[in-house]
Write a protein of this length. Structure first.
Length: 144
């Protein structure tokens, strides 16, 4: 008898859980969206272009990219960022030379070529969109 009532209670609980999960709206960071309706179209935003670049939040922050990079390609054959940011080209293109640290290998030795560790620029550098953050940002650089 005891086992029977436990089984019934478990069944009622399971039905209640399923009903509440599928009956209502799903609320996510992007807002509420009823399951039976089409998903809301996301807002299209443009990559920001900023003359003079973005201010860094701390001294050694990889600076944000102040231009679009949609057409750039970084792969085994080519790195089109270097068309403008290499030591040879940056003056002509009025761009910024890649950081001195980008020429230093893991063992501390320097070379004229960008080091492999810095080849995939967008690992560290990111373009920016002018949008409201989804969550509050409480990052504090501690004055560095
Ligand atoms: C056609 C030339 C060109 C190409 C290609 C290019 N950039 Fe730039 N980039 C510039 C110029 C010019 C600036 C300076 C903009 C300014 O300060 O007004 C700049 C600025 C930057 C900065 C900011 C530097 C700072 O100190 O604030 C970063 C980071 C950067 N680019 C990264 C990249 C990356 C990564 C790629 C490839 C995905 C790339 N760029 C491709 C021309 C280029
Ligand atoms: C592993 C992370 C990392 C990668 C990969 C990387 N960078 Fe950087 N970059 C940084 C950091 C950190 C700084 C700021 C400190 C410095 O100058 O070294 C920086 C600085 C820069 C600057 C500004 C230099 C100055 O004197 O103001 C430019 C331009 C730049 N990077 C371009 C590039 C390009 C182009 C690539 C790809 C070929 C690249 N970076 C790859 C981390 C990275």
């Amino acid at each position: 008898m005891k086992y029977l009532s436990l089984t019934i209670m478990a069944a009622v609980f399971a039905v209640a859980t399923v009903t509440s999960a599928y009956g209502g709206e799903v609320v996510s960071l992007r807002g509420a969206n009823e399951l039976a309706k089409d998903a809301k179209m996301f807002e299209k935003t443009r990559i920001m272009s900023q003359q003079g670049g973005f201010k860094r939040s701390w001294k050694l922050q990889p600076p944000s990219i102040p231009h679009t990079i949609a057409k750039e390609r970084i792969n085994l054959e080519e790195n089109t960022c270097m068309r403008c940011h290499s030591a040879e080209k940056f003056k002509e293109e009025k761009a910024v030379k890649i950081g001195d640290s980008h020429f230093i290998a893991a063992d501390g030795s320097k070379s004229d070529k960008v080091n492999g560790r810095r080849y995939f620029c967008v690992q560290c550098h990111a373009p920016q969109n002018n949008i409201e953050p989804l969550v509050e940002n409480i990052f504090n650089s501690g004055g560095n």
